[in-house]
Ligand binder design. Structure first.
Ligand code: ATP
Ligand SMILES: Nc1nc2c(ncn2[C@@H]2O[C@H](COP(=O)(O)O)[C@@H](O)[C@H]2O)c(=O)[nH]1
Length: 208
């Protein structure tokens, strides 16, 4: 891995909670500050999704071989498909000096907590299971079977997200504008502290 850059930002939450919506907005507003970690997945692309932009779409055998070669920071199986963050995906963003944003599930979060990446962990909470289901259905990207699997998984994810200390912040995505402004505020506070810390480190080095 390349040398440590700014702390990555991890967005986690049930399928349909609004992670992609929030991160797209962040990337659009601050293209010079944030970069997206492009995950690998064995699921089929949705209409409009591009290989190498939204995901690296791959086969199970290729993904398994890449895992064997030690190319991934974390991997998970979600709704019958494999997903994973490669070391290269994170390095590619870090090399630009931008803050790397990861959109990953709770299995990935558990693994990434055991790395030296020290990510800022954000859980995106839907207002209720009913609203989550309505939003997922309205997105119209999943088969009925896949939708049911995702909703069943959401119960476990909400339990994990609700446990104190699993995340640095839980953002309620009821009104999108409010959720986005909460996310921006959290990032501003935490990246400011980091900048102040590194400035103070620099000063201490000079003084010594
Ligand atoms: N606050 C909101 N109010 C109404 N609709 C919303 C809100 N946030 C997101 N949505 C809509 O809900 C749907 C799910 O959002 P999104 O795709 O961002 O979820 P996600 O967490 O990235 O899901 P997945 O994990 O499946 O990729 C989208 O159609 C999105 O436009
Ligand atoms: N552990 C990981 N989870 C990932 C990764 N990329 C995406 N995801 C999560 O998968 C589900 C489903 O995503 P979808 O695009 O099929 O709707 C969602 O919770 C994502 O956060 C990854 O690299 N690692």
């Amino acid at each position: 891995m390349v040398q440590k850059g700014p702390r990555p930002l991890v967005l986690c939450g049930p399928s349909g909670s609004g992670k992609s919506t929030l991160l797209k907005r962040l990337l659009k507003e601050f293209p010079d500050k944030f970069g997206f970690s492009i995950s690998h997945t064995t699921r089929n692309p949705r209409p409009g999704e591009k290989d190498g932009v939204h995901y690296h779409f791959t086969s199970k055998s290729d993904m398994k071989a890449a895992i064997e070669r030690g190319e991934f920071i974390e991997t998970a199986t979600f709704s019958g498909n494999m997903y994973g963050t490669s070391k290269k995906a994170v390095d590619d963003v870090r090399l630009t000096g931008k803050i790397c944003i990861l959109d990953i599930d709770i299995e990935g979060v558990k693994q990434i907590k055991n790395t030296d990446l020290e990510p800022l962990l954000v859980f995106v909470m839907p207002p209720s299971m009913e609203v989550l289901e309505t939003r997922l259905r309205a997105r119209n990207t999943e088969s009925e079977e896949c939708l049911r699997k995702r909703l069943a998984t959401a119960h476990r994810e909400l339990e994990y997200g609700n446990q104190p200390d699993n995340f640095h912040i839980v953002i309620m995505n009821d009104t999108l504008d409010k959720a986005y402004s909460d996310l921006r505020e959290f990032i501003a506070q935490n990246t400011q502290e980091e900048q102040q810390d590194s400035a103070a480190d620099g000063k201490n080095e000079k003084d010594n």
